[in-house]
Design a protein around this ligand. Structure first.
Ligand code: SF4
Length: 87
């Protein structure tokens, strides 16, 4: 489960979706599990790995996100602050 070798956020704990401070953002560790009815902003295909705020490398399984300081988010995760990466 942990990212291997050289990830920017390697060693940081993963965001815990059950953390009360995380719940308002509706962080979901697997974007394919997002409940669309509860998260109207979600569109299939969206994930941390293609979010403008994601600071992980493309090949990493997880990386830092400024919304979750000191932790890292899964590349395939999603939250309702998602911003589509451009360019
Ligand atoms: Fe993932 Fe973007 Fe939400 Fe951060 S802001 S958790 S990178 S979807």
């Amino acid at each position: 489960m942990s990212p291997s070798g050289g990830a920017t956020g390697a060693g940081l704990p993963m965001v815990d979706p059950a953390d009360p401070s995380v719940k308002p953002l509706a962080y979901t560790a697997d974007a394919s599990q997002v409940v669309a009815a509860e998260n109207p902003k979600y569109q299939p295909g969206q994930a941390c790995s293609n979010c403008a705020l994601y600071a992980g490398k493309p090949a990493d399984a997880a990386g830092p996100c400024p919304l979750f300081a000191g932790r890292q988010v899964a590349a395939k995760a999603w939250c309702n602050a998602y911003v589509k990466k451009t360019g």
